[in-house]
Design a protein around this ligand. Structure first.
Ligand code: FMN
Ligand SMILES: CCCCCCC(=O)C(=O)O
Length: 369
């Protein structure tokens, strides 16, 4: 496949990736938890919202750039952390990070990547990179990751707070998911890197997480992390005003409204449903981001109107990688950028700060923001 072929929207990339990825990888990437009702809600939450465009404004000059946690980037669209990207393409996270930089997007590297922190830093030195952190029972392992990310020039730590245990993903259980034996979790040595290459029970993912991640993590650990690094901290996986207020009171620099791509609880609030109330609760004390279900430029516009400073996409970049490596990931980001630019023009905006909360509303009078 050449990346400038007939794939003209994210759905085209998804359809193509579905036709070429091995079942073990495809199911892992696409799955939500349970009966996957949440997966549908994540998309529907965007569809239920309507854009209220303004007309007859001069939109001949447009600028999509924004400043996010102090870094100027070309567009308010970033790459969410997704584990084990070398199952999609041999160049995995390195290709994805390069693509993000080339298109002016932030790249977030997962703790559970198949390319290491140092490999990604070397492959994409000019990309604005954030590091996603899981807290291991062994705090030395955890702190080592943070220090390596600092040293490698990552610009923020994204602490995932919605995964004390992992969601029940039925396809992974049926497939007895394992990471193909030529790959490993590249940020680690020994059993931390290879414990996903075989399984004695169902999915190796649930075994790994249950054995190694700390289920006793609380707000005290957020305070510990804040004391331990000078990098800005983003808490990823907040869905309620209550938790958003605690996070802002603690002084974190960012909140990522997310339900982990509907892979944890099946049937939480969709991130787009939760966003406006979270943004109001935070009241500008920290930056608010969103991920989950972003597939079109119009979705980005709605999330920005709902209070997000930037949005992140997960699966779309896996589909891009699977289709054509770096070129495919670039094309996915370019498509989202072009669609956002068109939405801006058609809604009467010339820059991101022109997008206001009053520019979205619900079609049904029964639903309120
Ligand atoms: C295959 C896959 C792997 C993921 N791995 C991680 C991860 O390692 N760390 C994390 O915090 N979130 C992870 N997520 C969640 C994403 O960061 C993000 O919340 C979600 O994918 C956004 O939804 P979208 O895929 O609809 O864009 C993963 C999601 C998927 C689909
Ligand atoms: C040991 C591999 C576990 C990868 C889990 C990554 C993740 O967050 C996901 O949703 O999947």
């Amino acid at each position: 496949m050449s990346a400038d072929s007939k794939l003209v929207c994210v759905q085209d990339f998804e359809d193509y990736a579905r036709s070429i990825l091995p079942k073990n990888a495809l199911d892992y990437y696409q799955s939500g938890s349970g009966e996957e009702y949440g997966l549908k809600l994540n998309r529907d939450a965007f569809r239920w919202l309507r854009i209220r465009p303004r007309i007859l404004r001069d939109v001949s000059q447009r600028d999509l750039s924004v400043t996010v946690l102090g870094s100027k980037v070309g567009m308010p669209i970033g790459v969410a952390p997704t584990a084990m990207q070398r199952m999609a393409h041999a160049d995995g996270e390195c290709a994805n990070a390069r693509a993000a930089g080339a298109e002016g997007a932030i790249f977030t590297l997962s703790t559970l990547s198949t390319s290491s922190i140092e490999e990604v830093a070397a492959a994409a030195p000019d990309t604005v990179k954030w590091f996603q952190l899981y807290i291991y029972k062994d705090r030395k392992v955890t702190m080592d990751l943070v220090q390596r990310a600092e040293k490698a020039g990552f610009k923020a730590i994204v602490l995932t707070v919605d995964a004390p245990v992992f969601g029940i993903r039925l396809a992974d259980l049926r497939n007895k998911f394992v990471l193909p034996s030529h790959l490993r979790l590249a940020n680690f040595d020994g059993h931390l890197s290879t414990n996903v290459n075989d399984t004695t029970s169902g999915s190796s993912i649930n075994d790994y997480v249950a054995n190694l991640f700390d289920q006793s993590v609380t707000w005290e650990d957020v305070k510990w992390l804040k004391r331990s690094t000078n990098l800005p901290i983003v808490l990823k996986g907040i869905l309620t005003e209550e938790d958003a207020k605690i996070a802002a009171d603690l002084g974190v620099q960012g909140i990522q409204v997310s339900n982990h791509g509907a892979r944890q609880i099946d049937g939480t609030l969709a991130p787009m449903e939760a966003l406006p109330a979270v943004a109001r609760a935070v009241g500008g004390r920290c930056e608010v981001f969103l991920d989950g279900g972003v597939r079109q430029g119009g979705d980005v516009f709605k999330a920005l109107a709902g209070g997000a400073r930037a949005v992140f996409a997960g699966r779309p970049l896996l589909w891009g990688l699977a289709a054509a490596g770096e070129a495919g990931a670039r094309q996915v980001l370019r498509i989202l950028r072009r669609e956002l630019d068109h939405t801006l023009a058609l809604a009467g905006c010339t820059k991101i700060s022109d997008i206001r909360p009053c520019m979205i509303g619900y079609g049904s009078p029964l639903q309120k923001l």
